[in-house]
Ligand binder design. Structure first.
Ligand code: HMG
Length: 388
């Protein structure tokens, strides 16, 4: 029985910052952000969006009534959850209208959470072929104004429906994994901004990638020539390029050319959204499938997931015939095109805004946020979500 990705939904907030303008405001050569980091725009979340609302907006895009009855597990990968106790999965389960006899839980390991969720979903469906699992990856990446990580911020969510007989990507059973206790990037409980050892995080990413890639090859007997494309976790789009460079010579010249072209397609969304942590790899997959036209049935796509701290995994899948008809490319392009550009001052204002931490209530202005699901306020320490 094939198990894999049946539907992919995506949501990103309606604000962005232009990276060239951010570079000028930071007295930096724009070439560093646009080419050196490889980012053109950075999504910014208003206070009416958090990891729960973004995940719910991505989920609502793909779930029909039949899915809502069939989903019996909601797995929410995030590292910017909104509660230390209650999982975002329970809120999304409710906001998306999923039937009640379901399991709902949040998973955390930096940017790796949604990949862990997919692997758990595969096992669940192998035992329960009629089930569908809703996997969510949703985050707001914040490093701080004028910090080294600032140009690699972003916000957004991806929702994946995992099922038997998937219509988009059948996942292969083999994976290669690596876990090591390192401090390349972390966020202490008290802080809403991440701490990072930037250069070390880049080196660790590449080390993890080459390690799991080599192990994947050994386990499967497959080589780079068997890959039609490789999608990467993309903290910024230059990162995947650097990792790819470490192995690209393994492919024949012809394959190298086509892998490079597919890489450009796989970063189109990420370079105008930024790092969305848990959803980043799946946004890259979405970008490849919606922006590229070359891939056909049976094409194998490699997927590299990396979550600082750190866990890395390489796995793969093959494309299903007619997958194109299940993609929502036009809708996603429209969402990206209709965003409002923020001035640097507006972005800095929004960045500094936060919900009260002293128990007082707040009512947020939801009319200006075009998303269906929004955070309307906080009362008695309870977040009030609405689906407009
Ligand atoms: P930095 O030190 O400000 O930048 O921080 P830099 O000096 O290394 O420059 C970056 C690149 O721009 C360099 O190229 C420069 O040469 C180039 P590279 O050597 O990398 O190929 N450059 C220029 N290019 C063209 N024109 C110019 C120009 N000037 C310079 N004029 C850093 C960069 C990524 C470290 C920083 O942004 C940062 O700390 N980001 C956050 C951490 C991060 O994203 N790490 C990635 C790996 S870890 C990961 O992926 C996990 C993560 O997603 C978290 C999770 O798992 O939850 C982050």
């Amino acid at each position: 029985m094939e198990i894999g990705i049946d539907k992919i939904g995506f949501y990103t907030p309606h604000f962005y910052v232009d990276m060239e303008k951010l570079a000028h405001a930071r007295d930096t050569d724009p070439g560093k952000y646009l080419v050196g980091i490889g980012q053109e725009k950075m999504a910014v979340a208003p206070t009416t969006q958090d990891s729960v609302t973004m995940a719910a907006n991505a989920a609502l895009e793909i779930l029909d009534d039949e899915d809502k009855q069939a989903v019996d597990m909601v797995l929410f990968g995030t590292e910017t959850g909104v509660d230390h106790s209650k999982s975002g999965a329970v809120w999304v389960h409710h906001l998306a209208g999923i039937q009640p006899r379901a399991r709902a839980v949040e998973l955390k390991q930096a940017c790796y959470g949604a990949t862990a969720a997919i692997q758990l979903a595969m096992g669940h469906i192998a035992l329960n072929p009629e089930s569908k699992v809703l996997v969510l990856g949703s985050d707001i990446a914040k490093y701080g104004l004028r910090s080294g990580g600032e140009p690699t911020q972003g916000a957004g969510a991806v929702a994946l429906l995992i099922s038997a007989n998937p219509r988009i990507l059948a996942l292969d059973k083999e994976q290669a994994l690596l876990t090591e206790d390192i401090m390349d990037f972390w966020r202490p409980i008290h802080s809403d901004k991440a701490f990072v050892d930037g250069k070390f995080s880049n080196e660790s990413y590449i080390k993890f990638f080459t390690t799991v890639w080599n192990e994947y090859k050994e386990k499967t007997g497959r080589t780079l020539d068997d890959m039609a494309a490789i999608c990467f976790h993309l903290p910024y789009t230059k990162m995947g390029r650097k990792a790819f460079r470490a192995i690209i010579d393994e492919a024949s010249e012809e394959v190298q050319e086509s892998l490079k072209e597919r890489y450009e397609e796989s970063i189109a969304y990420n370079k105008v959204v930024g790092n969305i942590y848990t959803g980043s790899l799946y946004l890259s997959l979405l970008s490849l499938l919606e922006q590229g036209e070359e891939l056909t049935e049976g094409a194998r796509i490699g997927l590299f997931s990396y979550g600082s701290g750190a866990v890395g995994e390489f796995f793969s899948g093959t494309l299903k015939a007619g997958y194109q008809q299940y993609m929502l490319g036009e809708k996603h392009q429209e969402m990206l095109d209709n965003r409002k550009e923020l001035s640097i001052e507006e972005y800095e204002d929004i960045f500094e805004q936060s919900l009260p931490t002293d128990g007082s209530a707040i009512e947020l202005e939801v009319e200006e946020d075009p998303a269906p699901v929004v955070l309307a306020g906080v009362r008695d320490e309870i977040r009030e979500y609405i689906n407009k």
